[in-house]
Structures are given as structure tokens and as C-alpha cells.
Design a protein around this ligand. Structure first.
Ligand code: FAD
Ligand code: TPP
Ligand code: MG
Length: 575
């Protein structure tokens, strides 16, 4: 019997190694979900919001390195995918989105639920095409999957429900390409130019990013030769920070003073696989050499003296023999000492004394770091959880840290944890969730029970949209619209048959986190943390300092002196 378009579609996914599709069902998706149901080799992961489906697929792709798939029904169903797909696309992970469409004969009539996904998904995909007849499907699907893999991003296949149900004469096709990236080497003249710059100066600092994955030995080798401190951008943390004698921390608004100073005080900056976005944190006078696989990324954030289009590993292998060994390491030593002081300062903030409430959020992150497994996958929400994760979670080459670091969307952690846990059932998966973040896609807490995913959700319950509150203060505004009236999230979890633990006192935190991590199933720990915890940038501009005192004045003038006292007391609170 001839197969349907849906059957061939799903068989093609299976042939390409896809084992899961995240989504919410709908009439226009019936053909595809029916084909999934009949197949033993692929699962439908039923979530409660399509945005979750897209974030989950992105997380799966990030932890496995392989193509992941999400789906939404026509109109509102696939519209809901969009924010998550932006995140996947900007994070450069291979994700295929299936956007079901209204019946093909109705397109253009303003029919019920009609949208034009070709336009809507354009900005968050490399490929986005409508399948309007059965013969077209295998080729479009093949191109979509290859594009997602080869360009590392999102591809969208739009398919009307009626087309998915028609007969298809083709067999499932094989992609013919694998998942591993090719090595790229810059021309030797460019390498020589870079070597001349690096040999010519006394002090070099390396800024490393996510592009350093898999190039650890080469990175350390070059730092050793150049006596160069290594600063990392947030997405490079996973690969760069651990067991690294040249590590001087992160830079940026959430970064460390030591990372900032190491970059500002060098004569040459070697940027390796990083698209660190904040221009103000690049040095003005240093010579800059940038290595990036994608030529178009070079010079986007700062001017560049030598740009090398290449993969970090191979480029450094070729560059190393051209570099003279630096005889003096005063720059490295000074940066390392500064880092040790900064680190000590941060660690001193991450303590909790019995009886002293509210709990410092740093203490929660530090304990989680201590108690989580060697191969834990963490997902941190955008907001202050990103700060605590970047400062207190230690990576080791096995642990992973997921976030919405490039797109910066709230509510990413729980959906990403769903995808990571579904793809890696044997790993411990832990979220650092904001109370704002968890509430935004709260419906998918139910997914943990429904899909039996033993994710551990840790809520930093500060009763506010804290990160924005901090931004408002820095800019001189009194906080407005940032209050959150929260339920007891632990009780709420319990009502959804997810284990819930509420923690209000520092002495209860360790046992609570341990219980949660040991629990054989999903668990939510709701931790009441200090609202006014300052996370000041490593260097404060005059503008920001002015803004800050302005906040104090405005707060007093608007009769909110109590809040100012809170704010000041935070630094004095016993730890
Ligand atoms: C609330 C919030 C606050 C933040 N604050 C900070 C902060 O203070 N400090 C900070 O650092 N970040 C911060 N971030 C994250 C920031 O927005 C960026 O996402 C991050 O700095 C980018 O890190 P990256 O350069 O390592 O990764 P990416 O931006 O992903 O860049 C990686 C680069 O490497 C290239 N590449 C990939 N593979 C290879 C390869 N094999 N060889 C060569 N090149 C390769 C890519 O083309 C890309 O250009 C914050 C995010 C949030 C949400
Ligand atoms: C979808 C979305 N909406 C709004 C914002 C702006 N924003 C960034 S962080 C943040 C507050 C997050 O609050 P919460 O999750 O409670 O974390 P906290 O900072 O309080 O720890 C907001 C509103 C955003 N980044 N994404
Ligand atoms: Mg909050």
C-alpha cells in the first residue's frame, strides 16, 4: 500500500537519527502525529506550550550535538514556537521546526487560523519553505534538515494538514551528511601576520568563547607560550574555566573585575571563538586578533587588526609554531593574583549562617554546585540566576550549562531542562529558575509529571523581577512593575504531583537540596532568597554611579526609604 506523506516524513526523520518530536497536537498535525504514534522508533513529547517545545528541542540539540525537532499546529500553534526558535537559531543549534498549515485550498482566503509562516519564521531560520504537493516533500525536508545541520540553526518545514495526508510515492531519503563540523584553516600569510603582532608585544590576553569547545589543549598551549591570562565570555565557561592555570574569570557586566582588567590592560588581545557582545568591555588601544569559524562574525564587536577565519583548534595548531615564548610573565601573574582576590570576595558572599534570613542567592548556587553530580546539566533562567550560575557553578568538562545567553529570553530554564532530560535520561538535570521565569511557562511544570522527567527545579524566589529592578536602580529609576505576588511554589508543585520543598532558613537549604537531588522523580525546591542582593559590575562607570545614587535619592523622595535601608543592609547582612 502506498505510504502517506506523513509516513514518509516521519521515516525520513527516523533515518536521520531523530528520536523525539516536541509539540502540542492539533488538527493540522494529525497526519504527522498519527505516523509518530504508529512508529516504534520515534516519540511524541507532549508539552503544554509550543514555546517549551522549541526551547526543549534547542536544549536537546545542544547536549547531543544532533538535529532535534519540534512541531506546532497551524496558526497560533506554530506562532507559539517562535520565541524558542529565535533562541535556538541564535544559539546556533540544529533544530527542525514543523509548522503545520491550514488546508491548502484555503490558503490566501483569510481562513480560520490562517497565518503566513514563510514570513513569520524568516528571521529565526536559515530555511523556511511550504510543501504544497506530495512530490515536493522529501526534497524540501532533506534540504531543511541538511541546512539546519550544516549551518547550525533553525529550518522550518510548513506543511498543510491535507498535504500531509496524501499519498507519497517516494521512499524516505538519507541525508548523506554527518553531524561533525569541518576543520578550517586560515591562509598562512594571515597566520604570519598574527604571529608578528603577538611576538611584538610584551603582554597578551586571550578572550575565549564557545568556539573553544574541543580546543582545550591548543588553548592552554598558546596561553603557556604567550604567558597570557585567559578571560572567558559566558558561553565559553563550560569549556575554558575548569582546571585552567591561566583562567582569570569572566568579563562583562556580570563578570569579574579580574576578567575586565586583564582585557583592558594588555597590549594585544587574542579573541578565540567568541562573539562577546558588549563593545564597552573591549580595550581601546590593544592590537586585536580574532579567530572565528564564521568570517562574518569577525570585527562585529570591536575593531580588528588581524582576522583569522578558521576553527580554533586547527588555527592554534598552525599558529603555535610561529609564536615566540614570552620570557616575562608579570602580566599573567598580576592578573592571576587579581583573580584570586576577586574569587575570594565572591566566595565570601556565598554563605549562609543559621537563623539569618533571607537566604543569599549566592549560597543557593554554591551549595547546588557542591551537591550536584559530576555530570549534571544545569539550565539557568535569564535574570539573576544567570549571574549566580556564571559565578558559582563549576564546570569540569562533563557538566553542561544551558541558558538563553544570546537571545536573553526569560523562562528558558524549565523548557531547556525538559529537552536535556528527555535526551539524557541518566543525567541529573537541574534548573536555576527565577520566580518570574518559572511563572512565565508554569504550565510545563505539569510536563515533568506527565513525561516522568526527574528534573530538579530550584526556584530563586525573590518576590521580584530582580534583574530588571537592578537595571532600574543602575539607571536611576525607582523600581516599578517588578513586584511578584507569588504562591508557595512548593505547594503548587505538590498539587501537580511533583515533589515540593519550601526553604526559608539557611540551615534548611543543604538538606533540602540534597533531598531533591536524591529524589527519584521531579522535584521543585522553592527558596525564599534575598530580594536586594547586589550584583554589581566589575567596573562602574560614572554614569552608572550617578544613576545609583540618584536611585537612592528618588527612593527616599518617593517615601520608600525602607527599601533603601534594605538595599544598604544587604551588604551588611551576616553571611
Ligand atoms: C542576563 C544576561 C547577562 C549576560 N551578561 C554577560 C556577561 O557579563 N558576560 C558575558 O560574557 N556574557 C554575558 N551574557 C551572555 C552574552 O550575551 C553572550 O551570549 C556571551 O557573552 C557569548 O559568549 P561566547 O562569545 O562564548 O559565545 P557566542 O556568542 O556563541 O560566540 C561563539 C563564537 O565562536 C564561533 N565559533 C563556534 N565554533 C567555532 C570553532 N570551532 N572555531 C572558531 N570559531 C567558532 C562562532 O561563530 C561565534 O562567533 C549575558 C547573558 C544574559 C542573558
Ligand atoms: C520574555 C522576556 N520578557 C522580559 C524580559 C526582561 N527581563 C529580563 S530579566 C527579567 C526578570 C526576571 O525575573 P525572575 O525570573 O524573577 O529572575 P530574578 O532576576 O528576579 O532573579 C525580565 C523581566 C526578558 N528578558 N524576556
Ligand atoms: Mg525574581
Amino acid at each position: 500500500m502506498a505510504k502517506t506523506v506523513s509516513e514518509v516524513f516521519i521515516e525520513t526523520l527516523i533515518e536521520a537519527g531523530v528520536r523525539r518530536v516536541y509539540g502540542v497536537v492539533g488538527d493540522s498535525l494529525n497526519g504527522l502525529t498519527d505516523a509518530i504514534e504508529k512508529s516504534k522508533e520515534i516519540e511524541w513529547l507532549h508539552v503544554r506550550h509550543e514555546e517549551t517545545a522549541a526551547f526543549a528541542a534547542g536544549a536537546e540539540a545542544q547536549v547531543t550535538g544532533q538535529l532535534a525537532v519540534c512541531a506546532g499546529s497551524c496558526g497560533p500553534g506554530n506562532l507559539h514556537l517562535i520565541n524558542g526558535l529565535y533562541d535556538c537559531h541564535r544559539t546556533r543549534v540544529p533544530v527542525l521546526a514543523i509548522a503545520a498549515q491550514i488546508p491548502s485550498s484555503e490558503i490566501g482566503s483569510g481562513y480560520f487560523q490562517e497565518t503566513h509562516p514563510e514570513h513569520l519564521f524568516k528571521d529565526c531560520s536559515y530555511y523556511c519553505e511550504l510543501v504544497s504537493q506530495p512530490e515536493q516533500m522529501p526534497r524540501v525536508l532533506g534540504i531543511a534538515m541538511r541546512t539546519a545541520i550544516a549551518r547550525q540553526g533553525v529550518a522550518v518545514v510548513i506543511i498543510p494538514g491535507d498535504v500531509a495526508l496524501r499519498h507519497c510515492n517516494s521512499e524516505p531519503l538519507s541525508l548523506g551528511i554527518g553531524y561533525s563540523a569541518s576543520a578550517t584553516l586560515p591562509p598562512s600569510a594571515a597566520l604570519e601576520k598574527a604571529a608578528i603582532v603577538l611576538n611584538d608585544v610584551q603582554t597578551v590576553t586571550v578572550l575565549g568563547g564557545a568556539g573553544c569547545a574541543g580546543a582545550r589543549a591548543e588553548l592552554l598551549g598558546v596561553a603557556e607560550r604567550l604567558k597570557a591570562p585567559i578571560v572567558h565570555a559566558l558561553r565559553g565557561k563550560e569549556f575554558i574555566e575548569y582546571d585552567n592555570p591561566y583562567d582569570v574569570g569572566m568579563t562583562g557586566l556580570l563578570g569579574y573585575a579580574s576578567g575586565y582588567q586583564a582585557m583592558m590592560n594588555c597590549e594585544a588581545l587574542l579573541v578565540l571563538g567568541s562573539d562577546f557582545p558588549y563593545q564597552q568591555f573591549y580595550p581601546n588601544d590593544a592590537k586585536i586578533i580574532q579567530v572565528d569559524l564564521r568570517g562574518e562574525q569577525i570585527g562585529r564587536r570591536t575593531r580588528v587588526d588581524v582576522g583569522l577565519i578558521g576553527t580554533v583548534k586547527e588555527t592554534l595548531q598552525a599558529l603555535l609554531p610561529l609564536l615566540d615564548e614570552k620570557s616575562d610573565q608579570y602580566h599573567l601573574d598580576a592578573c592571576l593574583q587579581h583573580y584570586a582576590r576577586t574569587r575570594k570576595g565572591l566566595d565570601e558572599l556565598a554563605v549562609g549562617s543559621p537563623g539569618h534570613i533571607p537566604i543569599h542567592p549566592q549560597f543557593v548556587a554554591k551549595l547546588l554546585d557542591e551537591l550536584a553530580s559530576e555530570s549534571a546539566i544545569f539550565a539557568c533562567d535569564v535574570g539573576t540566576p544567570t549571574i549566580w550560575a556564571s559565578r558559582y557553578l563549576r564546570m569540569n568538562g562533563k557538566r553542561r550549562l544551558l541558558g538563553s545567553f544570546l537571545h536573553g529570553s526569560m523562562a528558558n530554564a524549565l523548557p531547556q531542562a525538559i529537552g536535556a532530560q528527555a535526551a539524557m535520561p541518566d543525567r541529573q538535570v537541574v534548573t536555576l529558575s527565577g520566580d518570574g521565569g518559572i511563572a512565565m511557562l508554569l504550565g510545563d511544570l505539569l510536563t515533568l509529571r506527565q513525561l516522568n522527567l526527574p528534573v530538579k527545579v530550584v526556584v530563586f524566589n525573590n518576590g521580584s523581577l530582580g534583574f530588571v529592578e537592578l537595571e532600574m536602580k543602575a539607571a536611576g529609576w525607582p523600581s516599578y512593575g517588578t513586584d511578584l505576588v507569588n504562591p508557595n511554589f512548593a505547594q503548587l508543585a505538590e498539587s501537580a504531583d511533583v515533589r515540593g520543598i519550601r526553604v526559608e532558613a539557611p540551615e534548611d537549604l543543604r538538606p533540602a537540596l540534597q533531598t531533591a537531588l536524591d529524589h527519584d522523580g521531579p522535584c521543585l525546591v522553592d527558596v525564599k532568597v534575598n530580594r536586594q542582593e547586589l550584583a554589581m559590575p566589575p567596573t562602574i562607570t560614572v554614569q552608572q554611579a550617578l544613576g545609583f545614587s540618584l536611585y537612592m535619592m528618588r527612593a527616599v523622595l518617593s517615601g520608600r526609604g525602607d527599601e533603601v535601608i534594605d538595599l544598604a543592609a544587604s551588604n551588611l547582612l551576616p553571611r
